[in-house]
Design a protein around this ligand. Structure first.
Ligand code: HEM
Length: 216
């Protein structure tokens, strides 16, 4: 069941994200991803210089970038075996998964805490949370991921999903619940991370689209 739902959800969000891209005929996503990786790698190499310790904005940007890359690695190693083999995670994919996990845990927690205040919803945000306009230039789904007020909502949705995604797998590491309980916590981990992955694909596509429009 988890395999079928994962295939359906990931195809659906990639289709929606791609419809935003083709609508505006934009440049290559890969170029943006590789320039982001180069910036992240430069920051990793400069950790010893203390720059990130002195500059909270640089630290926040670094956590955001490294968080995205470790999340990507976790989603790829987590979902490929499930989608293509219908099997639970094991072997090298599990090894890479467990390597990327603490990186995500630290960078995502730091980033979510450092951005909590800027994602507080103000009175005007609640008023802006109107349903998407039919006649607007951007597609209705895109409006939900471009509007600053909705972006704050997705931030809190990510926080709410992140906690059970991590707590479930942490509990799954202790044999407290027996076999059925293990299956249950793994199912919670699977479905919460599927929802996080869907959100990440749509938010990522909206951010990349905006960035490329600015560039062009
Ligand atoms: C701190 C973060 C994480 C840790 C410690 C972690 C750990 C694990 C472990 C140990 C498993 C294998 C469980 C088993 O088969 O018994 C697993 C499975 C999985 N993880 Fe993660 N994971 C983390 C984050 C993520 C994230 C962010 C994603 C997706 C974006 C993800 C997606 C998956 C998927 C799809 C599976 C397979 C579930 C299944 O077979 O039903 N994980 N994870």
């Amino acid at each position: 069941m988890f395999q079928i739902v994962s295939i359906f959800v990931i195809i659906a969000v990639v289709y929606i994200a791609n419809s935003w891209r083709s609508a505006s005929g934009l440049g290559s996503v890969w170029q943006t991803i590789s320039s982001e990786w180069q910036a992240t790698w430069r920051d990793i190499l400069s950790i010893g210089s203390g720059k990130l310790r002195r500059d909270p904005a640089a630290l926040k940007q670094f956590c955001k970038r490294l968080g995205w890359f470790s999340f990507g690695l976790l989603a790829i190693t987590g979902f490929l075996p499930v989608i293509f083999l219908g099997q639970h995670l094991s072997g090298y994919p599990l090894l890479i998964h467990m390597f990327a996990a603490p990186v995500l845990l630290v960078t995502a927690t730091l980033y979510l805490v450092m951005s909590a205040r800027s994602n507080e919803l103000s009175e005007s945000d609640w008023q802006d949370l109107s349903p998407p306009q039919k006649d607007a230039a951007a597609s209705s789904t895109l409006q939900l991921f471009e509007s600053p007020a909705w972006r704050k909502i997705w931030y809190w949705v990510a926080v709410i999903l992140f906690i059970p995604a991590i707590v479930s797998i942490a509990l799954g590491m202790y044999d407290m619940f027996g076999t059925e309980g293990q299956e249950m916590v793994l199912t919670v981990h699977g479905y919460t991370t599927l929802a996080l992955t869907a959100l990440a694909i749509l938010l990522g596509a909206a951010v990349l689209r905006k960035r490329e429009i600015v560039k062009s």
